[in-house]
Design a protein around this ligand. Structure first.
Ligand SMILES: Nc1ncnc2c1ncn2[C@@H]1O[C@H](COP(=O)(O)OP(=O)(O)OP(=O)(O)O)[C@@H](O)[C@H]1O
Ligand code: NI
Length: 315
């Protein structure tokens, strides 16, 4: 597969969670493409639907979830794959590094054994060979003295080392596509920088969906950024264009809320996903809104080279 070919293509994805109060529409027409070898950052405030998108790609949402649309991976629709085929994709092709690293390693198993188990499962190496490969992976994620650390239990690892171990675990199947969901959340600034550096090494030759709140982290890793608001991608484009000339009023607001850019929070809060506004979902908070924003739902409009915004201002 050449660089530039789309590896993942999400088309018209809608995700709804039935609840006692109604259906939570956590994803409403999400469209995006990730090319082979590319890192795409997914930004947006809490509850905007970033994790739901990642879990939908992995098909790890609860069984009663309503899902529409297509998630094409190497041209095959993951949403219609039989369960066992999907399991193979998860093991061999797509791996995930989740937030809350404290809970994702098994506390009663040695770290090296957990990684060796994943290697046995996905690459078929057994016994001493798998153990050696596990130590190599710990070395690759820059854990000092990997042979000794492989024999330790997770509680002996610091937060940053656990995150490294989780990355090693995700790399055990040598995935083509890595979904990283807030891998730096809760880490101190120095450790965060180290983990981002590690990602920029391990993402070589892979496609990565990097989910984060952190615009600076996104900019350091990704060439393209997608911004989510209330279950929709409201802007997507090259990272430089988005940082220097954000098109959507929400993206502008996000940037202005950064400490370095004035720290002005966006007034108001995100809408209910059970009964979202019928027009633009950002309309109630938008200082640029015009009359039709309240009733018409905007599509993604091209605002620059490979740069799109879901906003009436450009329509
Ligand atoms: N199983 C579920 N049932 C009902 N609602 C859900 C379920 N899972 C997620 N949601 C809702 O879907 C919306 C999107 O959630 P999601 O976890 O994707 O947000 P996020 O962008 O990842 O936020 P954060 O940055 O806090 O991780 C939220 O409003 C959440 O409450
Ligand atoms: Ni999330």
């Amino acid at each position: 597969m050449r660089m530039d070919d789309p590896l993942l293509c999400v088309r018209g994805l809608k995700v709804g969670f039935p609840t006692a109060d109604g259906v939570v529409k956590a994803s409403n027409i999400v469209d995006l493409t990730i090319r082979a070898g590319e890192t795409l950052a997914l930004l947006g405030e809490t509850g905007s639907g970033k994790t739901v998108l990642g879990m939908a790609i992995l098909r790890l949402l609860q069984p009663n979830t309503r899902i529409e649309g297509e998630i094409l991976y190497r041209g095959r629709d993951l949403l219609s794959l039989p369960q066992e085929e999907m399991q193979k994709v998860r093991g061999r092709e797509i791996a995930v590094v989740l937030q809350n690293s404290g809970t994702s390693l098994n506390p009663v198993l040695r770290v090296g054994d957990q990684i060796a188990e994943a290697i046995t499962l996905h690459r078929g190496l057994k016994g001493a060979e798998a153990e050696t490969a596990a130590v190599e992976l710990l070395d690759q994620v820059r854990i000092a003295d990997p042979a000794r650390m492989a024999r330790e239990y997770p509680h002996r690892f610091s937060g940053g080392m656990r995150e490294r171990a989780l990355i090693a675990l995700a790399l055990a199947c040598n995935p083509s596509f890595l979904i990283a969901d807030e891998p730096t959340r809760g880490l101190d600034a120095v450790t965060k920088r180290e983990i981002l550096n590690l990602f920029s090494e391990v993402n070589r030759g892979r496609s990565v969906l990097f989910i984060t709140h952190d615009i600076e982290a996104a900019a350091s890793l990704a060439a393209r950024v997608a911004v989510m608001y209330a279950g929709e991608i409201i802007e997507i484009g090259p990272v430089d264009a988005i940082l220097s000339s954000p098109a959507h009023p929400y993206t502008r607001g996000l940037l202005e809320s950064l400490p370095a850019r004035g720290m002005r929070p966006i007034p108001g809060s995100a809408p209910s996903l059970i009964a979202p506004p019928p027009g633009c979902r950002f309309f109630p908070r938008c200082s640029c809104a015009v009359g039709r924003c309240e009733i018409e739902h905007p599509g993604l409009v091209e605002v620059g080279p490979a740069h799109y915004a879901r906003c009436m201002l450009y329509d």
